[in-house]
Write a protein that binds this ligand. Structure first.
Ligand code: FEO
Ligand code: CA
Ligand code: CA
Ligand code: CA
Length: 585
């Protein structure tokens, strides 16, 4: 079933040359369509406020519109490839664009608007016979999940003392999700959204304890989003446990807009990036997760039970029972999954791990103790449906090998790693194996750079800072880049002024540029219709300036994408081939 129309992994398009552009560029013979920009109505019946170009929509209106900074995304078919639900993350906000006067004044209303511009959207899309997509609005599925939406903590850590707060003595009821970066989707029809840089939202204290230090909860964090000024739960001095209620993978049933999202503690706590899901031969769920932070880890969860027929309702508790592992990559090209299980491998009461909840909430400390491999910022994971090889982007790590920092190792082989690499592994046996063999698909880089470590070994087009990653149903590996806006076009990225998407046949290793994004954007979000005739991606933060994004004095628009005027807006785009063919052929 992996070979759509028997096409195999063949790549047929002509490479797009790198250039500084403020538009989306795709190969000859392809078209793009802009859908669901920041501020477009989500399609909730009777509540579809129009976008105001000066940023003057209210907080209440923002909760009924597309959030900002679109990121991970999945297409759930309703009628084959012609109608479906698109579920997407809104990672964070640019307060300079979100309000008419940026952050010049700061009010409870602005905090609520920021919170409502975070989270997840569920929208309904339909394709016509010419291949054009329309957002169906109103739609009975339309939904916004925000940083204020009630959700439940489930699994072994639910109710743990470290998760209890003044507002929730039960330690099970949380308001909202935010910094939702990458994602996953399950064979039983649910969406997984991953809470990444949650620490940036919590104003810490001058005297952080060891746990807060390990998780980056420190004084000054709150300056970025300033939620704590009007929402006391983000002030760690008043509510020390609130931050422990973030950093989870959240499961959402997109078919039921009244369902309560569930934070699945069995999958562990991390600055979660993605959650690529596959099945063992006997039908248990296996979820691969990267933690995008310098010198953090790669995780795998294996469910205890097999997936049952009957969709989300039949599998409501599946992700509450199973085993979490962290990866150790050894120098000989093998590796081991180390179980994060209380009582095993020294995870005992003396070391601060009395219960499985302790292990899951303090997954970083537990992984440190087990001797897992400290990676170069693990971003997206993806499983090749044909070979079951797993890929992970290690986006970059300029601290690698620096003074007082971890040294290079076989899996993270370059000092001052500005360019990043893509690592892959194959389990020794079924996907629940505890041993694997690994190598690098590619070390990213630019052969024109003078520093050896920045040159890489790409066969094909130049790129750095790989982030979004997906092997499609016919086995083509799609790679999206997220070079930070402070780096694009500068230094070792002098020849790379824009972010991009590339395609690779991983059996051959050749990498070819498919798409360029507008100025100052990141390319992210990656999902396809089952027929592979539409690829949806997200253009995140077009026009993001290299200076402080919330500075109200900075020029509003480095980019005018996608409207050609006014404020730049993150948006989803649909990519189709003009002859109706499979994308990438
Ligand atoms: Fe939100 Fe790791 O990118
Ligand atoms: Ca990312
Ligand atoms: Ca990134
Ligand atoms: Ca981003």
């Amino acid at each position: 079933s992996g070979n759509v129309s028997g096409l195999g992994r063949a790549i047929g398009f002509k490479s797009v040359p790198m250039a500084a552009v403020d538009t989306v560029v795709v190969p000859e013979g392809y078209s793009t369509q802009v859908l669901y920009r920041w501020g477009d109505p989500t399609g909730i019946a009777g509540a579809m406020p129009a976008f105001k170009t000066d940023g003057s929509n209210t907080a209440e209106e923002q909760a009924l519109q597309a959030g900002m900074h679109h990121d991970g995304m999945a297409f759930f078919p309703l009628e084959g490839s012609n109608r479906g639900l698109l579920v997407l993350n809104h990672e964070y906000v640019d307060d300079g664009l979100l309000h008419p006067d940026g952050m010049k004044t700061w009010t409870p209303e602005k905090v609520r608007k920021s919170m409502n511009a975070h989270g997840v959207s569920v929208i309904e899309l339909q394709r016509d016979s010419a291949g054009k997509w329309t957002q169906l609005a109103p739609s009975r599925f339309a939904r916004r999940v925000t940083a204020l939406t009630p959700m439940t903590l489930t699994g072994p850590a639910a109710g743990h003392a470290m998760l209890r707060t003044a507002a929730d003595p039960s330690g099970t009821q949380v308001l909202g999700t935010f910094n939702n970066c990458a994602n996953g989707h399950t064979p039983w029809g649910t969406y997984l959204t991953c809470e990444e840089n949650f620490a940036d939202y919590f104003e810490g204290t001058d005297t952080p304890d060891a746990h807060q230090k390990r998780w980056g909860i420190k004084k000054g964090n709150g300056a970025k989003y300033r939620w704590h000024e009007h929402e006391a739960r983000f002030d760690v001095s008043k509510h020390p446990n609130e931050s422990n209620r973030y950093g989870w993978v959240v499961e959402i049933d997109p078919q039921d807009p009244t369902s309560t999202p569930r934070k699945r503690t069995a999958l562990g706590r991390a600055a979660h990036e993605g959650a690529a899901t596959a099945l063992t031969n006997d039908g248990r769920a296996v979820i691969y997760m990267g933690e995008d932070s310098r010198f953090e880890y790669i995780y795998k969860f294996v469910s205890r039970d097999a997936v049952k027929p009957g969709g989300a309702a039949a599998n409501r508790d599946l992700l509450d029972h199973g085993t979490l592992y962290v990866a150790r990559f050894d120098v000989d090209g093998t590796g081991e999954w180390l179980p994060l299980v209380q009582g095993k491998g020294g995870l005992v009461a003396d070391k601060g791990f009395t219960t499985q909840g302790d292990v899951l909430i303090k997954a970083r400390q537990a992984s440190d103790l087990l001797g897992a491999t400290k990676m170069d910022r693990p971003e997206w994971t993806t499983v090749d449906p044909l070979t079951k090889e797993v890929y992970c982007t290690l986006t970059n790590n300029s601290n690698r090998g620096g003074a007082g920092q971890p040294f290079m190792d076989a899996a993270n082989p370059r000092s001052n790693n500005t360019m990043g690499q893509i690592i892959r592994w194959k389990e020794t046996g079924d996907l629940d194996a505890t041993k694997f063999a690994w190598n690098h698909l590619v070390l990213a880089g630019d052969p024109k750079q003078s520093r050896y470590e920045a040159q890489g070994n790409i066969k094909g087009d130049t790129f750095g800072s790989p982030d979004g990653l997906m092997v499609d149903a016919r086995g083509v590996l799609w790679i999206e880049t997220d070079v930070s806006t402070s780096t694009l076009g500068k230094g070792e990225y002098a020849n790379l002024p824009n972010n991009q998407m590339l395609a690779c046949d991983p059996t051959k290793g050749e990498i070819r540029r498919f798409l360029l994004g507008p100025a100052g954007c990141e390319i992210t979000g990656l999902t396809a219709t089952p027929d592979l005739r539409t690829l949806f991606i997200n253009i995140q933060h077009p026009g993001e300036p290299a200076n402080e994004r919330s500075d109200p004095e900075r020029p509003l628009a480095v980019s005018k994408w996608p409207d050609g005027a006014g404020r730049p807006r993150s948006a989803t785009i649909a990519i189709t081939k003009n002859d109706g063919g499979v994308i990438g052929t």
